[in-house]
Design a protein around this ligand. Structure first.
Ligand code: UGA
Length: 451
């Protein structure tokens, strides 16, 4: 099938390449000429394992191209995905829908005949309803545009796998208002999406076709639930610290209950990135607007617990240093919000590094992928070329993102470069026994790790 993907950021670029990988003829459209140029040259502008291979393979096969020209969309295809960003508003907690509006405004007036729009971006509940009014006003006479929303559940670091082998697919369909000619038959989008994803759906994953509002809510509620799970275990870790209990064993034991599950129960520095923090805030703001502030009032606490982890990490570092960070050398390993990503948006790791620097420490950081992005956000830190170099004459080292290379560091190899053998495991990802038996002062964020 011929498809377009509007917006070629993280979500859109991955989606365009994966749709081409499924055999479709895809045009990716973005307003940023540099991004388009890089993608067209087979160069992924962010770190995502496996994406460059499928991008290049499909560019070479002629099934994929990128352009800044929105007018190409109407001629190329009658199915258009919207994958633009919906960041947090600059002033406030709502989702900024200006990119979604701009995409619709640029596309819809150019369409003739029947077209299907499939939104992928994460949007607040009620967005389709509002967009349908906008689309009705923008539609050329005689054109039919069906709006549907199919939220994307991909995780950074697993974007290709999650797009081509998702756990489930959700599609919200509805009718355009004020369109007397709109066909009353079954939604066109449902069949179109089944055709596009035929190969994926043949694996037997659930395909849930529902209304716009439910589809919009599935995405934000899923992220809110994941965030709640993480903050729940982090709240328990606050109790574990006082009680002298081990939150890792607690999570393991709880996780054996199939109703609870072990995933997303890793205590530590908490969640960050471009999705979970923004989505719980946007959901809270939307509930306020809808007159239901109490419905998700608990998400404010989820957010507060999460933000407390960053202060707790900085305090643990100070404790390891005997109470004073001013003038001390601190190495921070990891700045990305999680491993296998170069994303530093709302990164807990970078926030802790910045906080220690503000408290007067001399902070040197290293991340295997996120150095350029970190430098842009936190120019006041020192940047080292390796983990070992970051630890050179350090009084303490903090593991803030659980990259495999940090998890597998050898205590004996690192010891000679350090001024003091002190390590703060802010992700509870290290082998505490190995560090302790090598003579290190090992501390884990979220309470003691049993010897
Ligand atoms: C998240 C969701 O997992 C995806 O399903 C969703 O599609 C995506 O947001 C999105 O809305 O686009 P992502 O932000 O890539 O994906 O990252 P996650 O793997 O969910 O991790 C989020 C944060 O939680 C990271 O900072 C991670 O370190 C932290 N985390 C995760 C914990 O602190 N503890 C855990 O047990 C798990």
């Amino acid at each position: 099938m011929k498809l377009t993907v509007i917006g070629c950021g993280y979500l859109g670029a991955t989606h365009a390449a994966c749709m081409a990988e499924l055999g479709h003829d895809v045009v990716g459209i973005d307003i940023d000429p540099q991004k388009v140029e890089r993608l067209q040259a087979g160069d992924v502008p962010f770190f995502e394992p496996g994406l460059a291979d499928i991008l290049r393979r499909n560019l070479d096969a002629g099934r994929l191209r990128f352009t800044t020209d929105h007018s190409v969309a109407a001629d190329h295809a009658s199915v258009h995905f919207i994958g633009v960003g919906t960041p947090q508003e600059v002033r406030g907690h709502r989702a900024d829908l200006s990119h979604v509006h701009a995409a619709v405004d640029a596309l819809v007036p150019t369409l003739r005949g029947t077209h299907v729009l499939i939104g992928k971006s994460t949007v607040p509940v009620g967005t389709c309803e509002e967009l349908s009014q906008r689309i009705s006003q923008l539609c050329a006479p005689g054109a039919h545009v069906e709006l549907s929303w199919s939220p994307e559940f991909l995780r950074e670091g697993f974007a290709v796998e999650d797009t081509l082998s998702p756990d489930r697919m959700v599609l919200g369909v509805g009718r355009l208002v004020d369109d007397p000619e709109a066909p009353q038959a079954e939604s066109l989008a449902g069949q179109v999406v089944r055709d596009i994803y035929r190969e994926v759906l043949e694996t037997g994953i659930p395909f849930i076709e529902t209304d716009w509002a439910t589809a919009e809510l599935v995405k934000v509620s899923s992220n809110a639930f994941l965030a709640t799970k993480i903050s729940f275990i982090n709240a328990m870790s606050e109790l574990c610290e006082i009680a002298g209990a081990d939150v890792g064993t607690l999570a393991d034991a709880m996780g054996h209950d199939a109703r609870i599950g072990r995933r997303f129960l890793n205590a530590g520095l908490g969640f960050g990135g471009g999705c979970l923090p923004k989505d719980i805030r946007a959901l809270t703001a939307r509930a306020d607007e809808m007159g239901a502030p109490r419905a998700v009032g608990f998400l404010r606490e989820v957010d507060a617990i999460n933000m407390r982890r960053r202060s707790a990490a900085a305090e643990l570092v100070a404790e390891a240093l005997g109470g004073e960070v001013l003038g001390r050398n601190v190495a921070v390993l990891g700045t990305a919000f999680k491993p296998e990503s170069d994303d530093v948006r709302d990164s807990p790791a970078l926030a802790v590094a910045g906080r220690l620097a503000l408290d007067g420490a001399s902070v040197t950081v290293f991340d295997p992928q996120a150095m350029d992005n970190s430098r842009r956000v936190q120019p006041m830190l020192s940047y080292a070329a390796s983990a070992r170099a970051a630890c050179d004459r350090a009084d303490v080292v903090v593991v803030a993102t659980e990259w495999a290379e940090f998890v597998h560091m050898s205590p004996d190899e690192l010891a000679p470069v350090m001024r003091h053998k002190r390590i703060v495991d802010a992700r509870r990802c290290l082998d505490s026994q190995a560090w302790r038996s090598a003579g290190w002062d090992y501390r884990a964020l979220g309470g003691p790790v049993p010897a």
